[in-house]
Design a protein around this ligand. Structure first.
Ligand code: ZN
Length: 96
């Protein structure tokens, strides 16, 4: 059954190389780095080195990019729904 939880799992299960964006399978690579309690996998030593030098460079921009549009979009939709309610659902029906 396709539930929202299932879909979310399907999206987040593949592990992405934070440096180059490649998909990495944890069982097939041993290029791993630990940063603030999280484990990150990389496709190559070069990617891991780049990450180890400046982890925040690769972690922060992605988080911001993912969270901001979702939050703003959600608020925008909520506002639109409220505006529609006021326009069409608030008063008594006007057509006879
Ligand atoms: Zn890589």
């Amino acid at each position: 059954m396709a539930t929202l939880a299932n879909m979310t799992n399907a999206i987040t299960t593949p592990i992405i190389d934070a440096v180059c964006g490649m998909r990495v399978e944890p069982g097939k690579t041993r290029v791993v780095s630990n940063h603030q309690g999280h484990t990150y996998w990389f496709c190559s030593e070069a990617c891991r080195e780049a990450f180890d030098k400046k982890p925040e460079k690769y972690l922060r921009p992605k988080k911001v990019r993912h969270k901001w549009p979702a939050g703003r979009w959600g608020r925008y939709l909520e506002r639109m729904a409220k505006a529609n309610e006021e326009l069409f659902g608030g008063g008594p029906p006007s057509c006879h």
